[in-house]
Design a binder for this molecule. Structure first.
Ligand SMILES: [Zn+2]
Length: 503
């Protein structure tokens, strides 16, 4: 990293007050923060902060003094009052160093006040003036554009991710010295391209047998349906779930940025650009904060990291009823709200839910060759860990059976992922942009009569009816048809029976 030369002394007269714009992340959104700086009484040359400064911001004063010394820049001749507005928003995070230092340098006449026009500034300083990467650089850039800023000045390490945001001029500096040159009008250094993920999805060709589960996985991929797989250990539930990524279309450009921004927020530094739907498979020992998000500042949990992708819960009952119930709000709202003092933080969490479970605690209930050792009470308790309302969120349920010896030789006989992915892509073209959109109930005809019989036979809820129609529509789309027939509806029903019996 090149160390910038001390900036040339400038001749602009010092000003009495100035304003610098920055952003404060609250969840995945950013609130514009204005730093108002002015000289105040007293010759102590202190920097006084008001407007709920967090611990990192209070320490920023010392880092800024270190940087001014390092460059031989003048310290303010009197005490400086820096007020961060809005006052009721806690100013947490490490990105306020640079805008505060810039504000002080405007006061001391090193930077022209006009350089603050239309520009947001964020970055953490080291004592020697280097700019350290900040958390959520891509999220900040997306929000800076949304808030109407022309330009965003960030640390060099955050430049590659930030410059992917179209319609925003991103300037990246490796040091305070280089930031001063940019603010004085020098052309900013070229920013290297962002790193992209290199995902090689696992292939379906590795899965032996399990035709019914493969079919359910294909339907789930085509319609973004939630899928529950029920079967004894060793039937390939996890293998199948992991292979859904290879069936899903790559992310569109804006979705790719939104997903990458969420992953950057969780990482704490610059992120790679995600081009494939994320697949998140938290272990059942995950904490509540790990699953739905938390902390101060709030970080996204697994549900947000699965946004626009898949959340897979292996051995779902082991997560426990309490943790599973926290999923209902994000599933319903497609975003997760985290309660915190001040403004609530939200993260997008529009994920597809895949889950796997054993039929009983020992796993071998209904197994053709092994005996189950569980009592009926144990089986009942195990299934009750998944509440009726959560079970109702699954559109498809498939029972997997232990493979016969003959299936072992069938490895590689099934279709590969590319073949299935092509059908999924064609079906998506039929279904349109929003697979979750409500499919209208047919007003008359065979499909309606068949549906009505199912409603009374299985006492289906309104939600279940709509999900059933959506699955039937997906099955029709996989055959290149716009509307579902009775056969499509019957297949959709066949994937619901597991959900109804265990309720
Ligand atoms: Zn058992």
């Amino acid at each position: 990293m090149s160390r910038a030369e001390p900036p040339p002394p400038r001749l602009s007269p010092s000003v009495e007050e100035c304003r610098v714009q920055t952003l404060c992340l609250v969840g995945s959104r950013a609130v514009p923060v204005e730093i108002e700086l002015r000289y105040t009484g007293g010759l102590m040359q202190r920097i006084i902060l008001t407007g709920l400064p967090g611990g990192a911001l209070r320490e920023a004063r010392d880092r800024i003094r270190g940087c001014l010394d390092h460059y031989g820049l003048p310290a303010p001749r009197r005490s400086v009052l820096a007020n961060f507005a809005p006052a009721d928003l806690p100013k947490v995070g490490n990105a306020f160093d640079l805008p505060l230092a810039v504000g002080i340098l405007v006061l001391t006449g090193v930077i022209e006040p006009s350089a603050m026009q239309g520009r947001a500034i964020a970055g953490e300083l080291a004592l020697d003036g280097r700019l350290r990467p900040i958390r959520g650089g891509l999220a900040l850039a997306l929000q800076a554009r949304q808030l109407g800023f022309d330009a965003l000045l960030v640390p060099a390490a955050n430049g590659p991710e930030a410059q992917l945001v179209q319609g925003l001029r991103v300037e990246a500096a490796d040091s305070l010295g280089q930031a001063l040159e940019i603010l004085a009008g020098a052309p900013p250094p070229a920013i290297p391209a962002a790193r992209r993920d290199r995902v090689t999805p696992l292939d379906l060709v590795d899965v032996r047998g399990q035709a019914s589960a493969r079919r359910a996985l294909e339907i789930a991929a085509a319609g973004r349906h939630n899928l529950l797989m029920n079967g004894p250990p060793g039937t390939g539930k996890t293998m199948l779930a992991q292979r859904i990524v290879g069936l899903l279309p790559p992310l569109g450009e804006e979705t790719s940025l939104a997903v990458s921004a969420l992953h950057g927020l969780a990482l704490g530094g610059p992120t790679v650009i995600h081009t494939h739907p994320p697949f998140r498979a938290p272990h059942h020992t995950v904490t509540r904060a790990g699953l739905i998000g938390g902390g101060n500042p709030p970080r996204p949990g697994e549900v947000a990291l699965a946004h626009a992708g898949v959340l897979f819960l292996d051995e779902m009952p082991e997560f426990g009823r309490g943790l599973l119930e926290t999923l209902r709000q994000p599933i319903e709202d497609k975003q997760v709200r985290l309660a915190r003092s001040g403004s609530p933080a939200t993260f997008p969490a529009d994920f597809q839910l895949l889950a796997a479970m054993n039929p009983c605690p020992c796993g071998y209930r209904g197994h053709p060759r092994r005996g189950c050792t569980c009592t009926p009470l144990e089986v009942d308790r195990y299934r009750r860990r998944i509440s009726g309302p959560l079970l109702d969120r699954f559109d498809l349920c498939v029972e997997l059976v232990a493979p016969e010896a003959a299936d072992w030789s069938a490895i590689g006989d099934g279709e590969d992922s590319a073949t299935v992915a092509a059908r999924v892509a064609a079906a998506r073209a039929h279904i349109g942009e929003s697979p979750e959109a409500i499919v209208p109930l047919p007003r008359e005809g065979k499909v309606r009569r068949r549906l009505m019989r199912a409603v009374s036979a299985y006492s289906l809820s309104g939600r279940a009816v709509h999900r059933l129609l959506a699955v039937a529509r997906t099955i029709a789309a996989l055959e290149g048809q716009a509307t579902a027939t009775v056969e499509h509806l019957d297949e959709a029903l066949s994937f619901r029976t597991g959900l109804m019996s265990s309720d």
